[in-house]
Design a protein around this ligand. Structure first.
Ligand code: FNR
Length: 188
């Protein structure tokens, strides 16, 4: 089975290395039985609960894109040892209005890249804590902390290191198994 996965990318930069990682994952995904589609977060206003009475189109679009996905992949940079504000803002939008949390029960996985060797480990832990609260069953293992070196990812999503592309494909396969297990359990 091919699963349809919505993807939130935590960086809004045009040069984002996490967007390059997304492109690489998107190329590898069909070999793991996944289809990856970005869910854009850059046009969302800053959330506050005054919006709950009359959710704006951008908030509704985010929620329905997540709800139409069988699983969600979150690709995050690490900004100041946490997730970027833009990503937290999107998670807050998706979680509300109260009682309509779009992540509830939806399987997810977290990955990220940074030039630093331990880059994104701390951000990913923060993100996991939010996803736990949102009741999204996360892929706990294997973890994926990708150190970006110059030329590792091309703009077209090619991966120059064979070991990295093998690791990413195995990781996507583990995510596929995680989705399968969770959707089967929900169908019981
Ligand atoms: C960073 N960077 C960074 N890197 C890291 O490994 N840990 C960190 O805590 C931070 N903090 C941080 C804060 C801010 C505001 C910026 C702009 C950058 C460096 C970061 O990993 C690098 O800029 C990546 O290119 C960010 O990913 P994107 O946005 O290119 O996908």
């Amino acid at each position: 089975t091919t699963y349809h996965v919505g993807v939130l990318i935590g960086s809004l930069s045009k040069q984002s290395i996490n967007r390059k990682l997304f492109t690489a994952l998107q190329r590898l995904a069909p070999s793991a039985g996944l289809s990856l589609t970005e869910i854009p977060i850059g046009e969302l206003p800053l959330y506050n609960y005054d919006y709950d009475e009359d959710y704006p189109a951008a908030g509704k679009a985010l929620k329905s894109a997540i709800e139409e996905s069988q699983a969600v992949l979150l690709i995050t940079p690490e900004y100041n040892r946490s997730i970027p504000g833009a990503l937290k803002n999107a998670l807050d939008w998706a979680s509300r209005p109260w009682g309509t949390n779009s992540f509830a029960g939806r399987p997810s996985a977290v990955i990220g890249t940074s030039p630093g060797a331990i880059g994104t480990a701390v951000a990913q832990q923060h993100l996991r804590s939010v996803l736990s609260f949102l009741a999204s069953p996360e892929l706990s293992q294997p973890e994926a902390y990708i150190q970006t070196t110059p030329g590792l990812f091309s703009d077209e999503g090619e991966v120059s290191e064979e070991s990295t592309s093998e690791f990413l494909l195995d990781w996507l396969k583990a995510f596929h198994a995680h989705i399968e297990k969770n959707l089967a359990a929900q169908a019981e």
